[in-house]
Design a protein around this ligand. Sequence first.
Ligand SMILES: [Zn+2]
Ligand SMILES: [Zn+2]
Ligand SMILES: [Zn+2]
Length: 112
Amino acid sequence: MRYRPGLAEQDRCTVAWMCPHFPEDMTPPAITTDGCSACIDLGQEWTELRFCQDCGLVGCCDESPGKHATAHFHEAGHPLIRSFEQGEGWWYCYVHGIAGDVEGAPPAPSRP
Ligand SMILES: [Zn+2]
Ligand SMILES: [Zn+2]
Ligand SMILES: [Zn+2]
């Protein structure tokens, strides 16, 4: 298990503490799309959007028909996502199944 200096005691059962995929550098990746590009190609609707912390790909959530964020994890093996919804910035690791906000993380970009 990983130790992040400066993490408050109450945050130590969160994704930043429990997940070895969690990056030293929490800077969000560059994001070039406003929506799930796989859904746009297919002409599908989505419910909510997530983005891949590794490469910036935007995918739709598991309540969306496409489940493209999860599909991207299976294809690319990038385990960490954040919410792309306005006012949200929580993290989730597919491998460890842990979600949560992270104190001190830079704000997540969000869809327009
Ligand atoms: Zn993890
Ligand atoms: Zn999608
Ligand atoms: Zn990715």
